[in-house]
Design a protein around this ligand. Sequence first.
Ligand SMILES: Cc1cc2nc3c(=O)[nH]c(=O)nc-3n(C[C@H](O)[C@H](O)[C@H](O)COP(=O)(O)OP(=O)(O)OC[C@H]3O[C@@H](n4cnc5c(N)ncnc54)[C@H](O)[C@@H]3O)c2cc1C
Length: 487
Amino acid sequence: MRNETVRNTAVTNETTRTYDVIVIGGGPVGENVAERTRAAGLSTVIVERELLGGECSFWACDPSKALLRPVVARADASRVPGLDPAVAGPLDVERVFAHRDRMSSYWKDEDQADWLNSVSVDLLRGHGRLTGPRQVAVQTPDGDTITLAARHAVALSTGTRAALPPIPGLDTVHPWTSREATTARKVPGRLTVVGGGVVAVEMATAWQALGSQVTMLVLENGLLERMEPFAGELVTDALREAGVDIRFDTTATSVHRDGGEVRITLSDGTQLAADEILFATGRTPQTRDIGLQTVGLTPGDWLNVDDTFQVTGIDDGWLYAVGDVNRRALMTHQGKYQARIAGTVIGARAKEEPVHDAPWGTHVATADHTAVPQVVFTIPEIASVGLTSREAERSERRIEVVDYDLAQVAGAHQYGKDYRGRARMLVDTDRNTVVGVTFAGPGVSELVHSATIAIAGEVPLDRLWHAVPAFPTLGEVWLRLLETHRG
Ligand SMILES: Cc1cc2nc3c(=O)[nH]c(=O)nc-3n(C[C@H](O)[C@H](O)[C@H](O)COP(=O)(O)OP(=O)(O)OC[C@H]3O[C@@H](n4cnc5c(N)ncnc54)[C@H](O)[C@@H]3O)c2cc1C
């Protein structure tokens, strides 16, 4: 333990170490909570049982985007006249895997441990559990138990893991979850993907391009059902063009492994064979074994929080839940935003400073309710923030839906031939501000932050009219949307 932190750490007895703040879970969110509480002058320890950096660095964002980047870049390049012949061949799978491995730091977390050290946060490796208010027991890898006490706060950032459906035979087939789908070293000849959400479409895109024959079993009648319908439709078209067999209104009802082959019985009674089966069927919170019962909460539940991330129903407000585990927005960037806020408000409360918890104040995550951006790295890319038209219908607000064919924008003509895309902007007609945007098309991922600024900044449309997009970029879609709105 470093000297600086020792000064901040009171040893209450021989076996209990006391910190101002204990963070359980050292994923991207826990790391950022700790960095902020330490910056506020509070002694802080992170308890991590696996790898610092969590799911995102090693089994989710980083490896998945590393697999997808060559796929998406090749699709873009194949639409650029003169460049197209250069990318006509298959991907170099071994080099893609090597890139993925490097982007995942070879599943080693020394760099992140060094960073934690550089910001003077202590690291305790092991499984953390609450044992009562402000009390935590850590089971270390060598079997010891270390007890910790928090003067001010315990923050739970234990994240989620893949949820598997309870279907017969699952335990016999060793199914892929997102972890295997992002880290596999061999391309299965036939891969069945169960699910139609973000992980399912991204991994179907990647593995079909890497050489698998992918079949998707989708319970719903479309892909990406939580987004605008045109997003799923464009991705469906592109996946089918790439050779993916997509079966809607279908799921797996039982599975078993027969020799090397996975045999799948489908909901319509037919059979399907595959070499591997990936379940991309949602996430479940990692709260089953973190001692929630010792503070009156239910193990296995998602953790409900207020906008400052205090867990509801806990006396004295010492318990916080930040990131995926609170189910507000299961994405790294939004979890890190929550972490910045939670860490700062823990600091303010510890120092008895004023808490600014009015909407958009320093200590509340107002954007979680109105401006959560998301990018799906498929062909084409999907980028959205704020409300969808379906959500707007359910709200009390008066909304105008403004659509534009992204292919008509000059920047799209330059981007590549046969560009296909759509843009939708939702306008709150009472307030004259943008409340939702969805872009679907090649290259749109970099557009989404402009929409996030418009929504979070509640920029009046009359002022947005003066934000001139450069010619010829995809950003000109803003001008076209505003012109369409003005009629
Ligand atoms: C395939 C896939 C791709 C994704 N791609 C993106 C993307 O491109 N962009 C994006 O923004 N989001 C993406 N996400 C979502 C992103 O991974 C999560 O939102 C993010 O990892 C959440 O961070 P977290 O810190 O809350 O939890 P996690 O990253 O899950 O970290 C939790 C940490 O807590 C530790 N832990 C759990 N219990 C204990 C315990 N009892 N004691 C000690 N340690 C414990 C775990 O070991 C882990 O390190 C993706 C998710 C998946 C599955």
